[in-house]
Design a protein around this ligand. Structure first.
Ligand SMILES: N[C@@H](CCC(=O)N[C@@H](CS)C(=O)NCC(=O)O)C(=O)O
Length: 202
């Protein structure tokens, strides 16, 4: 299998962490990719019409995307146990979606200043994205800490990678302020080998 990947992408990091946590590092070759919506030359557009990463090429069938599909596939491949059974699945997928919403908004903020001409940059739009991030972080602090205290599953990886991305690209916003429980949880989660191995780099 070949993972089209960039170490700065929080979505790619989720896949990379899951690969390590489920013992599949030797099964996946990395193909470096880079780009954004206005620069797709070095993105896997032949494998993924959306031109996004992560994308997983595999011999058994067509390429897989997005990160949620890839994680589900890789987990099923080795019975990794990263998705709860029964009703707990719906909670897990909702928390996972909350983490993805944080990453979607945080990545769009970066694109706004990287990919747009200066005269088209919208501060209001960026603040609208940040409002999504803060509401989602508050919801996790208020509602989901019990879930994060339970044994690790895909939601821990998604939340951990979302918070790692906020530190990487939006450190000046201080997401920890007023969220002591989430901050403490992340401090512990970030010490896992899979997280240390995949720390983002530009
Ligand atoms: N929902 C997708 C999001 C993937 C995504 O947005 N990746 C970014 C990199 S962080 C990307 O490929 N951007 C290029 C583009 O939007 O053209 C997933 O979970 O895989």
């Amino acid at each position: 299998m070949q993972l089209h990947d960039n170490p700065a992408s929080p979505f790619c990091r989720i896949v990379q962490v899951l690969i390590r946590e489920t013992g599949q590092a030797n099964d996946v070759e990395i193909d470096p990719a880079i780009g954004h919506p206005l620069a797709s030359e070095k993105m896997p557009v032949a494998q993924n019409p959306l031109g996004k990463i992560p994308t997983l090429s595999r011999e058994e069938g067509p390429a897989l995307y997005d990160s949620r599909v890839i994680c589900r596939y890789l987990d099923a491949r080795v019975s990794g146990g990263m998705y709860p059974d029964g009703d707990a699945l719906w909670d897990a997928l909702t928390l996972e979606a909350t983490a993805h919403g944080i990453m979607d908004a945080a990545v769009l903020m970066v694109y706004e200043w990287r990919a747009r001409p200066e005269e088209a940059y919208s501060k209001d739009w960026v603040e609208g994205q940040w409002a999504k991030v803060t509401r989602a972080l508050d919801a996790i602090e208020a509602r989901w800490m019990g879930h994060l205290a339970a044994p690790m599953n895909i939601t821990h990886i998604a939340v951990g990678c979302a918070l790692g991305y906020l530190d990487f690209r939006h450190a000046d916003r201080d997401w920890r302020a007023g969220r002591p429980n989430l901050s403490a949880w992340f401090e512990g989660f970030a010490t896992r080998e899979s997280m240390k191995d995949t720390a983002p780099s530009a």
